[in-house]
Design a protein around this ligand. Structure first.
Ligand code: HXC
Ligand code: NAP
Length: 304
């Protein structure tokens, strides 16, 4: 039947990237720990995991932010959320959080290493402490989470899934965010390395490299003041827009679910083509007007 012969009242709504992708209960019975789960992308992923039936632990340093987020998430999803304060730079705090999560929910099945810190600055203006602060949160913090939870899964003979949120400049590098780039590159290497080493324990490790997704945390630190208007991130994206949280949550839910059981060691880019646009030698030729292409075609025609 073609679309025109269906009465409009009977037409079903077309689905899009703004909709949840997985079927109901896709994560039922899973306990998922999301670091940095009280804000931004972490909170959006937590919301979708809850919608799909998971129980979720959200953690970060600020208990007031976590409590507020947990109340909102419970109200919007009707799911079970446990907020736990933890500075991932401190291994003892990570152990305590894991203990509390296991004693509350019985076990932890999945970890999303999402917590991070960043600021934009010429590198020569950074103090050693500033550089170390970012390395400590992003690389050492992710290592603490990975070691604590990995050892717990191995000792308890439980399968597990790590999903690490990196960035595209983890593999390209980037000026002005050097500590973050160095730390995220370390997380990327850890993802691929442990995917192989811990596969024998049925532990999978994958990563998402997001392009620009508006969040208060990232925008305030990386595009302060009117920088967001002067350097509108959407202009650098071939697909012409920034990311929507639901499309990142869709990919994350797939990667932590059993539907991706055969996938490990992957770094999946979700950036509308942004990093490739910066890489291809002639990609700037978008700016060449049609008239100039006509001239080039005419020159080529003469030679043939
Ligand atoms: C230069 C800075 C700085 C800045 C702080 N410092 N802010 N240096 N530019 N904007 C220096 C301080 O002077 C100090 O060095 C050192 O860093 C530590 O600062 P503290 O305030 O003591 O650290 P702390 O309280 O631990 O806070 C960490 C933080 C903060 C990184 C500074 O911003 C934070 O908590 N961020 C978490 C959330 C976040 O960053 N989210 C964005 C993730 S977005 P001295 O020498 O003076 O002691 C992301 C996006 C990637 O990763 C890709 C986007 C497209
Ligand atoms: P965000 O809201 O600022 O998230 C960062 C989170 O990390 C916060 O909840 C913060 O909470 C937590 N955190 C920071 N330091 C911590 C520590 N020491 N211990 C525990 N938690 C800590 O920013 P976001 O944009 O959603 O970023 C989420 C992830 O996506 C990050 O890994 C980021 O690098 C990545 N990413 C984002 C974008 C983007 O465009 N937004 C692009 C590429 C990659 P507290 O302050 O309460 O601790």
């Amino acid at each position: 039947m073609d679309g025109q012969s269906v009465p409009s009242s009977e037409k079903t709504k077309l689905m899009s990237y703004l909709d949840g992708m997985l079927r109901d209960d896709a994560l039922k019975g899973k306990v998922i720990l999301v670091s940095g789960g009280g804000t931004g992308l972490g909170k959006s992923m937590a919301a979708y995991f809850l919608t799909l039936g998971a129980k979720v632990v959200i953690s970060s340093r600020k208990m007031d932010v976590l409590d507020k987020a947990a109340a909102e998430l419970k109200a919007s999803t009707n799911g079970e959320v446990l907020p736990l304060a933890c500075d991932i730079r401190e291994i003892e705090q990570v152990h305590a959080m894991l203990r509390d999560a296991v004693s509350h929910f019985g076990q932890v099945d999945i970890v999303v290493n999402n917590a991070a810190a960043n600021f934009i600055s010429p590198t020569e203006r950074l103090s050693a402490n500033a550089f170390h602060t970012i390395l400590d949160i992003v690389l050492k913090g992710t290592a603490n989470m990975t070691l604590a939870v990995g050892k717990y899964w191995i000792e308890a003979k439980l399968p597990g899934v790590f999903l690490n949120i990196v960035t595209t400049y983890a593999f390209t590098g980037s000026a002005y965010v050097v500590p973050s780039a160095a730390a995220k590159a370390g997380v990327l290497a850890m993802t691929r390395s442990l995917a192989v080493e811990w596969a024998k324990y049925k532990i999978r490790c994958n990563a998402i490299a997001p392009g620009p997704f508006p969040t208060e945390g990232a925008w305030a630190r990386l595009l302060p003041g009117d920088l967001a208007t002067k350097f509108d991130p959407a202009n650098k994206v071939p697909l012409g827009r920034v990311g929507e949280h639901q499309e990142l949550a869709n990919l994350a839910a797939y990667l932590v679910s059993d539907f991706s059981a055969y996938m490990t060691g992957e770094i999946i880019t979700l950036d509308g083509g942004e990093w490739l646009k910066g890489a291809g030698q002639f990609n700037g030729f978008d700016a060449v007007p049609g008239q100039l292409w006509d001239q080039m075609q005419a020159i080529r025609g003469k030679k043939q």
